[in-house]
Design a protein around this ligand. Structure first.
Ligand SMILES: C[S@@+](CC[C@H](N)C(=O)[O-])C[C@H]1O[C@@H](n2cnc3c(N)ncnc32)[C@H](O)[C@@H]1O
Length: 241
């Protein structure tokens, strides 16, 4: 992607007006004009995806679901391991993003991947899942608690949930977790809100409450050089039997 097109996308992110009467319309208005350039721009912004995916055990003949899968770019991060997986379901509510995912699946000749234009809070797969992935999608789902509840419902007992996303800390975090300063807790949620992204202090608590954690890490990513950084976390847990 040329620097000019990259700059155009960044300007669109800054100038986005969050138009639409419901969540699905707002998403599509947001992504329709940037789905083509999404992979290139987000590779510099959505950190920690490769690291998280590397930590997920790939069991032969397992069923994976990505909720809020976007363009399906995370499948590239699986490398050859994708062939071990029996079936992957990519779920997203934006037709423009699903269209890019479909083009990718066709060009890669992946026969074990299906796309679903559906809401992550309601999606029901044909069989229960061994692995569910949320990669920078929970912060874009207004009813994120319903999305996690649904993930728990469609995951088999013992199945794995893996999440990477932006967040901010509570004023007084528990468990020795990182405390972000006032500026971060105030500015990060406001700066992202126009793009429908809502970093939240409660996601990590909800995930730890409803799944048996096996991995949790807190990080900070630099988004616009030294000017704007955003905290993100990686979580892996299991649905208890
Ligand atoms: C920031 S993108 C992340 C895409 C991809 N997971 C990645 O890592 O590149 C968030 C995605 O979540 C999708 N999304 C938001 N709310 C959704 C919902 N309720 N159901 C399904 N997808 C949703 C958006 O359309 C968008 O494609």
């Amino acid at each position: 992607m040329s620097p000019l097109n990259r700059m155009k996308t960044i300007c669109r992110l800054i100038a986005n007006r969050d138009r639409g009467d419901n969540h699905a319309e707002r998403l599509e208005n947001f992504y329709a004009r940037q789905a083509e350039s999404y992979d290139d721009t987000r590779s510099r912004m959505l950190h920690g995806r490769q690291g998280l995916i590397d930590l997920i055990p790939v069991v032969k003949n397992s069923v994976w679901i990505e909720l809020g899968a976007g363009t399906g770019s995370n499948l590239e991060l699986l490398g050859d391991r994708i062939d071990e997986i029996q079936h992957l379901h990519l779920v997203d509510l934006s037709p423009s993003m699903i269209q890019i995912a479909q083009k990718r699946i066709k060009s890669r000749n992946w026969r074990n991947v299906t796309t679903h234009l559906e809401d992550a809070t309601k999606f029901s797969p044909p069989t229960s899942a061994d692995v569910i992935l949320f990669s920078y999608s929970l912060t874009m789902i207004p009813n994120w608690f319903a999305a996690i509840d649904n993930a728990r419902r469609i995951l088999r007992p013992g199945g794995v949930i893996a999440v990477v996303d932006y967040y901010v800390s509570r004023y007084r975090p528990d468990n020795g977790w990182v405390r972000h300063d006032w500026a971060c807790r105030t500015f990060a949620p406001n700066a992202f809100a126009k793009n429908g992204v809502h970093p939240n202090p409660d996601h990590i608590y909800y995930l730890h409450e409803y799944f048996q954690p096996s991995y949790f890490a807190e990080h900070v990513s630099k988004l616009l050089g030294p000017f704007f950084s955003a905290p993100y976390y990686q979580f892996i847990g299991n649905k208890s039997g």
